[in-house]
Design a protein around this ligand. Structure first.
Ligand code: ZN
Length: 190
């Protein structure tokens, strides 16, 4: 059975993830389980908080997405399939100079809720792989957007926090309804 995905407004989604300090088989197993959950749900990224753990670990997989982005890892341009699904441990994002871009985002913790979000187009990410080896990813477009969305999760930030007031108002009823459903589902059974 795939790991269940936590929905808004479960408190874990607002918790900053602890730094991963030991690159154990358990962490690799967790990443693997997250890939299963993400694939099952048809997503392109997932953060540890979304499976109920406040840890600095997220995964992304854009092999099935439109490849209108560029990416470079450790100064090289390997085929996407060699690296994805990719686990990013303890990632740190630096925004690169350049334009911002608007795109309609969704989130597996917000089923059926989508909204336009403005984000920087290009970023640089320092992270470790599951063996603890450090890497530098430079990317733009959908990959940069996906990584920013996931790294936000690791710090307790959600995509609704980035919405303009207008967009946030448009989804407000659905967000409140989802929070209510989650609260009811999380209630201890009598
Ligand atoms: Zn999300």
């Amino acid at each position: 059975m795939p790991l269940p995905i936590v929905h808004y407004n479960d408190p874990i989604l607002r918790k900053k993830g602890a730094k991963v300090t030991a690159f154990t088989p358990e962490i690799a197993g967790l990443a693997n389980g997250m890939v299963g959950a993400m694939n099952e749900a048809g997503g392109i990224g997932l953060a540890a908080q979304q499976v109920g753990l406040a840890l600095q670990l997220c995964i992304v997989d854009l092999t099935g997405a439109k490849r209108d982005f560029t990416w470079e890892i450790d100064g090289k341009k390997p085929p996407l399939e060699l690296w994805m699904p990719m686990a990013l441990v303890n990632p740190i994002v630096t925004v690169l100079p350049g334009p911002e871009d608007v795109y309609e985002e969704g989130c597996l913790s917000f089923p059926e809720i989508r909204g336009d979000i403005v984000r920087p187009d290009a970023i640089r990410v320092q992270f470790s792989d599951l063996d603890g080896h450090p890497h530098v990813l430079v990317c733009n477009g959908l990959l940069a957007r996906c990584v920013q969305h996931e790294v936000d999760h690791l710090n307790g930030t959600l995509f609704i926090d980035h919405m303009t007031k207008k967009v946030r108002t448009e989804v407000d009823a659905a967000v409140k309804e989802l929070a209510k459903r989650t609260r009811e589902a999380n209630k201890p059974k009598a």
